[in-house]
Design a protein. Structure first.
Length: 346
């Protein structure tokens, strides 16, 4: 049984073109889904499909299935909005149904809702100036953030993820082969956002390029490394940052390392315990941050300044810094093995 709010987007496969027009007129979204007797979605009809069908000689009482598109894009429930936006942008469509394994309708993604209704006042900075020397020769003519993962540059995935979560203003910090990035993204309009570039005249480190931001930043800003494949929880981390009243928030995750030797525990030269090849679990920095405008003011102008130094400054000053734990998928694409893993090869 369909949820009540989805009923107006669905007609049966024995409905007429008139029925389809009435449904489209009633839902104000210019689209309707066609389902068969098992409630599986078998086609999609837009107002354009109807117009073309009538022009070709069909009449109002013709079956709607005669104008529906059987080859339509759909996604599963576990596909995030950034990936959906990616598909919409690539093939220029405005609605994507979410189907279960039996192709029953669960919900519908609308372009207007992904890039329009959820805009946030926060901007984002993505560090995209790294040389990627460990990925040579791939990075000889391609900046590391533009290396392909599953056929799409890492940086594009990050931009689309941010846009899909309501971020409309993005700064890309560029250095090595920065022109490649500028030529690809332009002003960001093709990606549903406004992109500006922070151009490093000399190497400033991960945090130093923050000094190139305008002084007019009024809201907490999202800061990301541009060489990671991750699902960054934008709304969750922003909410935690604001609720905590902190100066900065750092995303952390669990990392496990198996010690390849027996670990000895001793006291006063006496063996207490022997752990054979134990697995150590630690919290690591996942390369995603939220910084208040006050934190940005601590970054020195035109100096090499790693992000870790900024957090050391904050701790020395006694400024509160929150952590935000995430166990979502995360791969830091820094080595050839990491890149293979991101592409599902290793």
């Amino acid at each position: 049984m369909l949820a009540k709010d989805l009923e107006r987007f669905v007609i049966s496969d024995n409905a007429t073109i008139r029925d389809a027009m009435m449904a489209i007129d009633g839902n104000w979204r210019e689209v309707v889904m066609v389902q068969d007797h098992t409630e599986a979605i078998v086609g999609v009809i837009t107002d354009g499909d109807i117009r073309r069908g009538l022009l070709s000689g069909l009449v109002m009482n013709s079956l709607a299935s005669e104008v529906m598109s059987r080859n339509f894009v759909s996604v599963a429930a576990n596909v995030d909005r950034a990936a959906v936006l990616d598909q919409m942008k690539a093939i220029r469509i405005r609605h994507v149904p979410v189907l279960d394994e039996d192709r029953r309708l669960l919900s519908i993604h609308f372009l207007e809702e992904i890039i329009g209704a959820t805009a946030r006042p926060n901007a984002a900075v993505v560090f995209a100036g790294g040389k990627g020397t460990r990925l040579l020769p791939l990075t000889a003519a391609c900046p590391k953030p533009m290396v392909l993962v599953a056929g799409r540059p890492i940086l594009e995935r990050i931009v689309l993820h941010l846009v899909g979560n309501g971020i409309r203003h993005i700064y890309l910090s560029i250095g090595y082969l920065g022109h490649v990035i500028e030529e690809y993204f332009g002003d960001g309009s093709a990606f549903g956002c406004r992109i500006e570039y922070l151009r490093e005249s000399s190497e400033l480190g991960s945090g130093g390029s923050l000094s190139l931001l305008p002084e007019s930043i009024l809201h907490p800003i999202i800061v990301l490394n541009g060489d990671q494949v991750a699902r960054f929880d934008v709304p969750g981390m922003l909410a935690r940052h604001l609720e905590s009243g902190v100066t900065a928030t750092i995303s952390v995750g669990s990392y496990q390392h198996e010690v390849p030797f027996g670990v000895v525990h001793e006291h006063n030269n006496r063996l207490v315990r022997l752990d054979e090849k134990p697995t150590l679990t630690m919290l690591i920095n996942r390369g995603a941050y939220i910084l208040s405008p006050a934190a940005l003011k601590l970054v020195p102008k035109n100096q090499f300044f790693p992000m870790t130094t900024l957090f050391e400054y904050l701790l020395e000053r006694g400024d509160p810094v929150a952590t935000y734990f995430s166990d979502d998928e995360w791969i830091d694409v820094g080595r050839p093995d990491d890149l293979l893993r991101a592409n599902g090869i290793a």
